[in-house]
Write a protein that binds this ligand. Sequence first.
Ligand code: ATP
Ligand code: MG
Length: 474
Amino acid sequence: MPDSYYQDALQHKIFNILSEAADDINVEAYVIGGFVRDFFLKRGKAEDIDVVAVGSGIELAKKVSEKLPGKPPVKVFKTYGTAMLKIFDLEVEFVGARRESYTEDSRNPKVEQGTLADDQNRRDFTINALALQLNKKDFGKLLDPFKGLEDLKTQLIKTPLDPEVTFSDDPLRMIRAIRFASQLHFKIDQKSIQAIKDHSERIDIVSKERIVTELNKILKSEKPSVGFKLLHDTNLLQRILPELTHLEGIDEIDGQKHKDNFWHTLEVVDNISLETNDVWLRWAALLHDIGKAPTKRFHKKIGWTFHGHEFKGSKMVYQLFKRLKLPLNDKMKLVQKLVLLSSRPIAIVDDDVTDSAVRRLIFDTGDHLDDLMMLCEADITTKNPKRYKKYHNNFKVVRHRIQEVEERDKVRNFQPPVSGKEIMETFQIEPCREVGEIKAKIKEAILDGDIPNDYEAAFQYMLKEGEARGFKQA
Ligand code: ATP
Ligand code: MG
């Protein structure tokens, strides 16, 4: 086969500098991996570039830095023998070509210097093993030993070596296969699918952080259900997110059935993904029903119920985030909140629901009302067109009522009109439990609609509550 050259992939001025540096120190160097793949796929703008040197990646990085204005610092990762340089708007990662040999009893491979071919052998997929030469002599030459270009054309995820070997060397690659299938809308080679099914239990040895990185990329893909269906079908999902697979199935007693909440959940995730790229809102959609498995009951008269599943689910969110080493910060709290409140909006559809219920929903949701409404609307998965329309209309009514009440009562970011300090000054008292009680009473009265959300009314209410506790206005 004649050699093919793709100089136009290497137009960015950084590649000339890389090329000169490699020739200066007399090493072969190649761009490899995601950058090359995405060039052929015409996929977005690259932010990171992987460079492999047949020799020392660190030396090459240092040489490149010398040639750059201001000589940017080279970040060296000694344990991995890799280096990183931030150049212009790009992160360039340098590695030395290596050969890896794995043994049964250890997760960590024996690593030796190798050729480009050795390095391509240890890559995860044929489409990620494409390399473009940087040295002047063959600038832009494509090295594609596994016909990765063909797999790009036929949209196939395939391992360079026997999948049994590739996956057993690093089981994370099983999830990466699915991640790329979901991200790129590619199929996974049948032999690889079978190998994942046969060895799914090996995912247990992979660190949670690495798994989560891939899960987030699946969630961020255009149609995340593609990835989750594959995780499900290959038995990986039950090992990494059993809370989800526990939702699968339809029970029937006395002719009464409930819906399959697993497949429903995947539809909800796809629906919300049409509206938002925010990965935490997508997590909320993924987890919004997880409380249904442990709360499911059957009652002879009313059929299937999932009482309290929102509360149970929000508790499970914490456990799940902790187990997967996801951040336990305000992102987790947002997911918990949306799960907890997921059934509240629909409860205020009926005409006879008081404004007070609406005010409480606004107050409890705070800045995340739009997110919550988005989740509720994504939750509509009925295939009956009449019902679909009716349910969407219901939420229009809810949005309208919320807007009405909020415009009038302004409780979204409710700040108590009377502060604790003012309570203490009015009654000449020191900080104590009663101050907090009075404040809470005022808040309740406003949310219940007993008094309007204004200073004068709140002040009068405070006097009454204070006097009831034996305090006198000073
Ligand atoms: P992305 O667009 O998500 O960055 P990428 O292909 O660049 O996609 P990275 O995770 O950044 O993916 O990895 C860069 C390259 O390193 C891959 O293209 C692949 O060649 C190689 N690689 C990464 N992880 C593995 C792995 N676990 N096993 C084998 N090769 C890997
Ligand atoms: Mg990358």
